[in-house]
Design a protein around this ligand. Structure first.
Ligand code: DNO
Length: 394
């Protein structure tokens, strides 16, 4: 029976988790990107092959690109967007020529994922990433001081955020600030207040439907090239799956996925199905979505979240939390048999635990927590396969 291709994300030669570590976790595939190249530049075959050679020297293959980032000009459809689309097309051709076939990207303006606490202590002493709505609102209103932000929140939310902010010590304020403005995962850069305000301001006139149409225009330009090059695109959802700091968000719900496929039916237009991102919304029914869009899932991020009624959530262990991951894995096992092809999966984040508690790691990407997640995922999949085989022979 065809099984999922087990992968982990690797941030490149500076990642404290080595390729050897990932191999020992049982992976055959690597998920990585050319993080050292500025966003928008073409990825040349030479650069791609250099990275591939490092991975292959450790007995694995470069299974998925995460991410081939989309330049802000493309999202805003302004400035040099046409040139950046040309570069993107060229990068797809080069990746295809080198045999790297799954390309993850996202269409979140300015910031990638956002959390307000990177060291939330769970009751077993491990650490997880957490999102507190009032912390984000406090940041927006009292630290960033984004003009007009006050009008976007309900008075009760403002009151909660004010109380939250007033209770913070100076060092906690600084920590909150740094946490939210982390920049992209895998990078150390973060942004200044002025830079963020200027960037946010450029999205002032861009409504969600505008951003959506910019995404569809982008896909209309790149999917024909992807088809020719033999690669598929996999869009990562918004994380968290709702608007932050007034920014438009357009890949958060089941309807968003339906619109995406409807606008650009090419089979090169697919999904990175991230259960942790979609799962932070109570109105997303993850297992049903996995079944409905199974044929478009080209990459699977398995992660769980535990929500509370106030809009906060933290990243729970893979088999705990609000999402039933075995149900999702079951849908993917069925899909792989239909497609007669493996789907790459990675444990998306893990708790910082055991020896890793004393180490400096990329938030969410310490080795041992992900190893636990992957081992659990692998076990669930093996059980499902056994059950299906027994059903078939009955
Ligand atoms: C966070 C990740 C995201 C993801 C990008 C894909 O840990 O899941 O940063 O890599 O959004 O483009």
């Amino acid at each position: 029976m065809i099984a999922m291709e087990q992968t982990m994300r690797w941030f490149g030669p500076n990642d404290p988790v080595s390729l050897r570590d990932i191999r020992q976790a049982g992976c055959t595939g690597i998920v990585t990107a050319l993080h050292h190249l500025p966003v928008g530049l073409t990825w040349t075959k030479e650069e791609i092959r250099m990275r591939q050679a490092m991975i292959e020297a450790e007995g694995m293959k470069w299974a998925v690109v995460e991410s081939l980032p989309v330049h802000e000009d493309i999202k805003k459809r302004s400035g040099h967007y046409q040139e950046y689309i040309n570069n993107y097309q060229e990068s797809l051709r080069n990746l295809g020529a080198c045999g790297v076939r799954v390309i993850t990207y996202n269409f979140m303006p300015i910031l990638d994922w956002v959390r307000t606490n990177l060291e939330y202590v769970v009751e077993d002493g491990s650490r997880a990433l957490r999102f507190e709505l009032e912390a984000l609102i406090a940041f927006d209103l009292y630290m960033l001081q984004r003009p007009n932000a006050g009008q976007e929140y309900a008075p009760s939310q403002v009151a909660m955020a004010k109380a939250y902010y007033d209770a913070l010590s100076d060092s906690s304020k600084k920590e909150l600030y740094d946490t939210i403005l982390q920049g992209l995962p895998g990078s150390e850069e973060s942004f200044t207040r002025e830079e963020v305000l200027a960037a946010l301001n450029q999205y002032e006139q861009i409504q969600p439907q505008d951003l959506k149409s910019h995404l569809f225009e982008f896909l209309k330009a790149v999917t024909p090239i992807a088809e020719e090059a033999g690669v598929v695109l996999a869009i990562h959802p918004d994380d968290p799956p709702f608007s932050v700091m007034g920014l438009p968000r357009i890949m958060s719900t089941e309807q968003d996925i339906t619109d995406l496929i409807h606008a650009v039916p090419s089979m090169a237009n697919g999904l990175c199905f991230c259960t942790g991102s979609y799962g932070a919304r109570p109105d997303n029914h993850i297992a049903e979505m996995a079944a409905k869009f199974a044929d478009r899932v080209y990459f699977l991020h398995l992660r769980n979240t535990k929500r509370d009624s106030e809009g906060h959530f933290f990243e729970a262990n893979h088999l705990e939390g609000d999402t039933n991951l075995p149900e999702v894995i079951y849908q993917m096992v069925l899909e792989m048999q239909r497609r007669k092809k493996s789907i790459p999966v990675r444990p998306d984040h893990g708790h910082q635990m055991l020896d890793d508690l004393g180490k400096k790691t990329y938030p969410g990407y310490s080795a041992i927590g992900r190893l636990r997640g992957l081992a659990e995922i692998r076990g669930v999949e093996a059980g499902i396969q056994l059950m299906l085989k027994a059903q078939q022979s009955a």
